[in-house]
Design a protein around this ligand. Sequence first.
Ligand SMILES: Cc1cc2nc3c(=O)[nH]c(=O)nc-3n(C[C@H](O)[C@H](O)[C@H](O)COP(=O)(O)OP(=O)(O)OC[C@H]3O[C@@H](n4cnc5c(N)ncnc54)[C@H](O)[C@@H]3O)c2cc1C
Length: 463
Amino acid sequence: MPLDLAHDGARAKPYPETPSASIARRAGNDQHRIVVVGGGAAGLELITWLGDRLGRRRAAITLVDCARTHLWKPLLHEVAAGSLDPGEYEVNYLAQAHWHGFRYRLAQMIGLDRAAREVHLAATVDDEGRQITPPRAIAYDTLVVAIGSLTNDLGTPGVAQYAVPLETPEQAARFNRRLVNACVRAQTQESPVRSGQLHVAIVGAGATGTELAAQVHLTIRKVVAYGLDRIDPERDIRIVLIEAADRILPGLPERISKASRRLLEGMGIQVRTGARVTKITSEDLELADGSVIASVLMVWAAGVKAPEVLRALDGLEVNRINQLVVKPTLPTTHDPDIFAIGDCAACPQSGGLGPVPPRVQAVNEEAAHMVRQIELRQGGKMLQPFRYRDFGSLVSLGRHSTVGNLMGFLFGRGLFIEGLFARLMYHGLRLGHERALNGSLNAIVAVLARTLSRRIGPVVKLH
Ligand SMILES: Cc1cc2nc3c(=O)[nH]c(=O)nc-3n(C[C@H](O)[C@H](O)[C@H](O)COP(=O)(O)OP(=O)(O)OC[C@H]3O[C@@H](n4cnc5c(N)ncnc54)[C@H](O)[C@@H]3O)c2cc1C
């Protein structure tokens, strides 16, 4: 029995069944059906703008996401370290959809039928295994795929069993529980704290790993300071950041990399570059040079690949790391009605540069450009090529410092920044995302509310 899923123009049904065009005709509705799959940094900004501009009358707009809430991914390392409560930052898709003129459907995309113009969605089940929604298909006229990326374990044995990736709030919270539990265990066990028991090894010194190392250094000491007096932080706690490249933050300018390393080492964090992890066990990590690092708390933050499902999208072109290959105007190479933005898209840049990098700033720009493309498409006009403008990069090392660079076209040349100014700019990025989703006033109210709630609670999450 077909299940009415979305706007009149964006209906869903169990698949395989009648093609989408006939569904639209049956509904007696000729609204253009826009479906966005993935409500992350790119997809949620896109659909909020589309909903505000076109949603209530000019198009039937639907978001599909396998999660119920959105948390901006650059906050995940703070969730993992315990310095941020995700509940304070999460955006609920159902409410966001209600406020911004689009529909939200909870489901995981598992395939595509391009001839029928339908996205195939898996059934969803609750914690007890009872079905919430059946397998179904949702019809589109324009489809935007924005399902992000995952870490890439590069086939390294033991990663899946023993290391925690930081891709979702649940994984970040899981690592935080491991961290707090390890401290509580060390406090209550009869035997002395053994070597490696309170060591944290972070594999991958991109922005995620580097920022996580600084945050964990801070928060693990705070947890211990809440009365766990059998733990001696100087003796028992050690944080190791491991990177296969010859410097940390290999994707960023060398000056940021050097400044960050200096700050991390100043805190007492051990940084190992040119070190490739070949195997992980429950107690340690083995490196290609034969050395072994003892640690029971491990995070895998190395490498990026797009989700495997993109290989099964009815013949759409993908690259080596599963990204959908798109034209400079953002449609996929094999289907002009299907677009991809964000980390899951390989968007070419002119001038021999590689694809647009998987960074929040880039995905925000793509989302804004995608809004314009949809408006051009609706007006029957030519699409415009996307041009990525790199405004620079910022790396937050907790309260110790923030370092970064502002790119040349703003100032005539690149500008290295550090300290308070860099920190304010870093917070500005986060605020920018909240403004895009909730408007300026609500974003400022949310900042004030969080500042007040932090004054009355513990500064780290203890459960
Ligand atoms: C821990 C961490 C820290 C980071 N820090 C920084 C930083 O400091 N600076 C920076 O520039 N970048 C940072 N990044 C990268 C940045 O977060 C990403 O570039 C950005 O989030 C990508 O946005 P996106 O919308 O493409 O994907 P995402 O934000 O990952 O969103 C993807 C969405 O798709 C949904 N989804 C996935 N698969 C399916 C499916 N099959 N069906 C339906 N829905 C699906 C997910 O639930 C999610 O909501 C960080 C990333 C991580 C993981």
